[in-house]
Every structure is written in structure tokens, then in C-alpha cells.
Design a protein around this ligand. Structure first.
Ligand code: GLN
Length: 409
């Protein structure tokens, strides 16, 4: 086994997703929807499969209809007329887009700055491409034993500055943020953007939850700030946008010189993304506004967020109210587990939040994700007092979770 893979530990998803099934627990772990995508989206996939010319290879940069639909849908959001041929590339999920960016821009030993907690997949995407992750935590300000807002989780910009070295090539930003739910304010983005320009860095802005932010917050795009278009690749996701995470259709948007490099790497990784589902996402984008889809999407998630937060309040767990995305971090410090409680072997040596999440699954019947997985070794303790609950679930599932969590009282 190659060194770059040999050190991988069992990932958090393959521990907790099977555990939910095995224990028949309510699964608020992995962030996937347990309800179908909207009818017009499903119908688009059926129609695409039935259309001649949709079932063979696509162009590596993406099917023309999807590139055009993305340019049309995103041009107003980026305050510019996007060129579908040069400023957009379709990727096999946002994840492969990230992999292609790291493959395209990193030389061995180049450093990539990540904010903790980070989406775990970033790490392997960076290290498999020779890069070195460097970490800077978002820290909660205020009383973490009370209900907080994700805006209370702050980046210390001087700490970020102190992590920049001559080897720094990329900063990764994630807004709306998984797992904190933070929607970075314009002021915060300006500070980060200033460093990006000062040190001539590449900024990857992972905005897969860009259609999911809650009043009064609005999602600001760092690529729109003065001087940052040339420095930024923005990542988007068909799965998050239309509730089709298994379709693996994502995209990267940015200056043509940046997108050219992503395309050149991605052509050698997957060659092209599956054709019919690209067509289906294109049709979905074309039809979304006529269905008032984005407003309905936000308001349905607002209701889910409310249900989730109430469930945690009723269970007596303090938590961070997310401004965006579909996760809530709950503070689990107060949960006491007997000293002699027995855990399965694959949790040996794992931090306390893994143990609490196992106990929650087994004794309470609700699966959550331990967020220490989203921190580097040295900062694991910063995540150990939390559990992440995903609320991209049906009302029935959220109600079942609420009922089960009452056992914590
Ligand atoms: N983004 C989703 C989450 O955070 C799915 C992660 C995954 O399956 N790798 O839950």
C-alpha cells in the first residue's frame, strides 16, 4: 500500500452510517437527504436518460447545456457575465472538483491553510496531491454552555496571517460552513481576501451550501470582492442544491486561467462527468425559478432547523444555531457516561466525542457525527465537546429524533 494511503484511519462516515443501520437508530449523521428530490428534478433525470445523445461521454469541461445553465444561473450571483466555455467546469461532485484543484495547483510541499473544523475530505485531497495542510481554528466566543449563534465562531485573522509561509499556496474557505453553519460576513471575507491579495495566494471558496442560508443572514461571495475574482475558485454542488447528493455533479467557477488548470487536471482524473445527470441538473437549473424552488428550499430548511433546535433545547443540550447549511453543533460536555461503558474496538483511542456519539446511537437511538474528526491531531480537543446533527431529514425523522433525545433529560 502506498504511504499516501496507508495511514488513513477508518473514516467517520463508514463508522457511523453502518452503525445507524445496525442499531436501527435515527440517523442524523451523514449529511444526505432521506427524502426524494423534487418531482421536476427527478423528471429531468428520466427525460435525460430517454434523450438520444445524453448517454455517452461528455466533454471533459461538462455538457454544453449544463455549462450554459450554470453561467446563466450564476452570472447575477457573481455580478458578471460568466463565459460558459471558459469560466465554468463541471466536476464529479464538488469533492472531485476540490481534488482536481489540488492536483492542478499543488507541488510537493506546498501548504494549504484550512480553517477548523474542516470537511474531512479536504485532508486526503491535499496530501494525496503532495500538499501539506496547515490549520487555523474558528473559535467560539461567549458561553458555550448556552445557545450561541454560528456567527460567534470567529476566525482570528492575525492567527491566519501567522500561518502564512513562503510555501503557502492556497487558503480554503467554506461558507456557509460545515459543520458550524457559519455564514461569513462581508467584513470577515474582506479580511481574508486582503491576505490572499497581499501574499498572492489562491483561494478556494467551498460554497456547496450557497443556496441555504437563513434570515437575516445572506451568503456573500468572496469572489465578488474587489481584486478577488482573479484569485478565487468557487465550488458548487448539484447534490446540495437539488437534494441529489448521489448524482455526483458539482462545478467550479472562476477566472478562465484558473478554470483551465482545473480542467486540465480533471480530464486526467475522471475524463468527464456522467452525462445524463449533467443534463438533468441543467434542466433543473433552467426550471428552478419557475418552480420558486430556491425560496421553497430555504423555507423548508428553516422549518427543519427550527425542529432540530427545539429538539436539542427540549433535551437540555446547548447548541450553536446555524446561519446556513444543514447541521447543528450541540454541546455534549454535560453528557455523563459510566466509566466502565463498553465501546466497540474501532473506537479505541478515539476522542471523547466519538465515544459520546456511540453512546448516543446505542442508548438514546440517535446518530450524530463526532466533529473532532474535523480537526488536526493537535487541535482535536477543540471538537471533543460537540456532536454534529444533520437536519436534512424528513419531519418524521426529526420528530423521532426529538422524542428519542428527550431520554437525555
Ligand atoms: N457532506 C456530507 C457531510 O458532511 C457528506 C460527507 C460524506 O459522505 N463524505 O455529512
Amino acid at each position: 500500500v502506498a504511504d499516501k494511503v496507508a495511514h488513513f484511519k477508518q473514516d467517520v462516515w463508514s463508522i457511523f452510517t453502518p452503525l445507524a443501520a445496525q442499531l436501527n437508530a435515527v440517523n442524523l449523521g451523514q449529511g444526505f437527504m432521506n427524502f426524494p428530490p423534487p418531482d421536476f428534478v427527478r423528471q429531468a433525470a428520466i427525460d435525460a436518460i430517454n434523450t438520444d445523445g445524453c448517454n455517452q461521454y461528455a466533454h471533459p469541461k461538462g455538457r454544453s447545456r449544463l455549462l450554459k445553465a450554470l453561467a446563466k444561473s450564476y452570472s447575477p450571483l457573481f455580478n458578471r457575465t460568466l463565459d460558459p466555455e471558459t469560466e465554468v467546469v463541471v466536476t464529479a461532485g464538488a469533492n472531485e472538483g476540490l481534488y482536481a484543484i489540488f492536483a492542478g495547483f499543488l507541488d510537493d510541499g506546498d501548504e494549504v491553510i484550512l480553517m477548523e473544523p474542516f470537511f474531512d475530505q479536504y485532508i486526503a485531497n491535499i496530501t494525496m496531491n503532495g500538499g501539506v495542510p496547515v490549520y487555523v481554528p474558528l473559535r467560539p466566543h461567549g458561553d458555550t454552555n448556552k445557545i450561541m449563534s454560528s456567527s460567534d465562531w470567529k476566525l482570528d485573522i492575525n492567527e491566519l496571517r501567522s500561518k502564512i509561509t513562503p510555501r503557502t499556496k492556497i487558503i480554503v474557505l467554506n461558507t456557509p460552513h460545515n459543520p458550524v453553519g457559519k455564514v461569513f460576513s462581508k467584513e470577515e471575507l474582506l479580511e481574508i481576501g486582503q491576505l490572499v491579495q497581499e501574499f498572492n495566494l489562491l483561494l478556494i471558496s467551498d460554497e456547496v451550501y450557497d443556496r441555504l442560508y437563513y434570515k437575516p443572514d445572506v451568503h456573500e461571495r468572496i469572489a465578488n470582492l474587489p481584486g478577488l475574482w482573479e484569485h478565487t475558485i468557487t465550488i458548487g454542488s448539484g447534490g446540495k442544491t437539488f437534494g441529489t447528493t448521489g448524482w455526483r455533479v458539482g462545478w467550479s467557477i472562476g477566472h478562465k486561467d484558473l478554470i483551465k488548470t482545473v480542467l486540465s487536471a480533471q480530464t486526467r482524473i475522471v475524463f468527464c462527468v456522467n452525462s445524463p445527470l449533467q443534463e438533468a441538473i441543467a434542466i433543473s437549473l433552467e426550471e428552478a425559478e419557475a418552480h420558486d424552488y430556491y425560496e421553497k428550499h430555504i423555507s423548508s430548511y428553516e422549518q427543519r432547523r427550527e425542529k432540530m433546535c427545539k429538539a436539542l433545547s427540549d433535551a437540555g443540550l446547548p447548541y450553536t444555531i446555524p446561519q446556513g447549511a444543514y447541521y447543528v453543533l450541540a454541546n455534549i460536555k454535560g453528557i455523563k457516561i459510566p466509566e466502565d461503558y463498553e465501546y466497540p474496538e474501532n473506537l479505541n483511542g478515539r476522542p471523547r466525542d466519538f465515544k459520546v456519539c456511540y453512546w448516543l446511537a446505542k442508548e438514546i437511538g440517535v446518530v450524530a457525527i463526532p466533529p473532532s474528526e474535523f480537526y488536526c491531531e493537535g487541535n482535536r480537543h477543540l471538537g471533543e465537546d460537540y456532536a454534529r446533527f444533520a437536519f436534512c431529514k424528513t419531519d418524521e425523522t426529526l420528530e423521532a429524533a426529538a422524542k428519542a433525545l428527550l431520554k437525555l433529560k
